[in-house]
Design a protein around this ligand. Structure first.
Ligand code: PMT
Length: 223
């Protein structure tokens, strides 16, 4: 039972794939639907938390959730960073583009005669989660790792490098796992415990299970 377990806690959740402009009509993005982040927002609201959802995708908003719409990784970072100090729990479910255009074109790019190749100049985006991990004081950070090979090894590197408290590793090459699906399957990594493999389940059930675990841990620390 979730009711009230996160009462008084401020939870910030990111959802969806970031959108990096190429020109006024084109962009770089990815296959994230936002479903995982929205499921966390609903589960956190059910548990009584004060929830802010920072999202690139437009879906129906769970009751009581404060929504902030963003597009690019840098906009997402600004929205998260501004509220970080007063936040207790962050869930970084968004799929953030690691690169953006160095200079998006201000007008629609025209195809040049005989142009067979087009090279786009990309520059690195900030690593939002790693920056929050470096700044955190009391905040509990939950990150994801979306992998297609060597799941645990890559996820473990992210857990350490980004200084998160819980890392949910999903192998998005598996059927019904990750991007776009209503279900997900994660292995839970934390700094001082063995990885825990959770079953394939509905994203909302997964979000409830994880937040329940976090509520247990916070209650333990508050004792
Ligand atoms: O939105 P859905 O369709 O429901 O799909 C859910 C999901 C597959 C998008 C979700 O479960 C998921 O795995 N989200 C993280 C996707 C991702 O960007 O993974 P990553 O391994 O590249 O990044 C690791 C972590 O760092 C993530 O928490 C990510 O949000 C964060 N990150 C990554 C790059 C970056 N520049 N800044 C970040 O904050």
């Amino acid at each position: 039972q979730q009711d009230g377990r996160l009462k008084g806690k401020r939870v910030m959740i990111s959802a969806g794939g970031t959108v990096e402009e190429i020109d006024p009509v084109r962009y770089i993005s990815n296959r994230s639907s936002g479903k995982m982040g929205y499921a966390f927002a609903q589960a956190a609201a059910e548990a009584g938390a004060q929830v802010t959802l920072i999202t690139t995708s437009l879906r129906s908003v769970p009751a009581g959730v404060n929504v902030i719409q963003v597009a690019s990784a840098r906009e997402m970072q600004t929205a998260l960073t501004e509220r970080f100090e007063v936040t207790d729990i962050v869930v970084m479910a968004a799929a953030v583009s690691d690169y953006r255009l160095a200079e998006p074109a201000s007008q629609k790019m025209k195809k040049q005669p005989n142009q067979e190749h087009l090279v786009l100049d990309l520059v690195e985006n900030p690593d939002i989660l790693a920056d929050l991990g470096a700044q955190k004081t009391h905040q509990y950070l939950i990150g994801f790792a979306a992998e297609t090979e060597d799941l645990i090894e890559h996820a473990h590197e992210k857990l350490i490098k980004k200084n998160v408290d819980l890392l949910l590793a999903n192998d998005v090459s598996k059927p019904n796992v990750g991007f776009g699906h209503d279900t997900n399957q994660v292995t839970v990594l934390s700094p001082n415990a063995e990885p825990i493999v959770l079953p394939l389940q509905d994203k909302l059930a997964l979000a409830r299970e994880i937040l329940n675990q976090v509520a247990d841990q916070i209650a333990e620390e508050d004792k």
